[in-house]
Design a protein around this ligand. Structure first.
Ligand code: 5GP
Length: 112
């Protein structure tokens, strides 16, 4: 069964796609927690960071290098936060790995 993010990737569920390459794509979060809130998602449906395998190393590095490019495209030159929620206790709700890219306001620490 496809994850919700695979359905978005395949155009079965509408979403504003702001970036796409052969490895990953990025969409605007439907429930933004900051003025800019992007989800960066690998095409491969790795369930969560803890499920990533050695063979996924190139995908993970690709995501990490794509994140600052997308942040810059979104006007976040002044700074941004990346977040991965891994597991229910961390607030994960979609079991398809995704990196939150948040910015456009002053961030607090520690996070909630
Ligand atoms: P998580 O809680 O798993 O770290 O993050 C899942 C994120 O996906 C949430 O921020 C939620 O708002 C977002 N989300 C869930 N369903 C959809 C959807 O159908 N479209 C978009 N654009 N975002 C979604």
């Amino acid at each position: 069964m496809k994850t919700i993010f695979q359905k978005i990737m395949d155009g079965e569920i509408p979403s504003e796609i702001v970036y796409r390459d052969g490895v990953c794509f990025a969409i605007k979060d439907i429930n933004p927690q900051a003025p800019v809130h992007i989800l960066l998602i690998p095409a491969k449906p790795i369930a969560r960071l803890a499920e990533a395998k050695e063979e996924d190393a190139e995908i993970l590095s690709h995501l990490m290098l794509a994140a600052p490019k997308i942040a810059k495209e979104q006007g976040l030159e002044g700074g941004f936060r990346v977040v991965i929620n891994n597991g229910l206790i961390a607030g994960e709700t979609v079991p398809h790995l995704h990196i939150h890219i948040l910015g456009g306001r002053q961030m607090a620490w520690p996070p909630g």
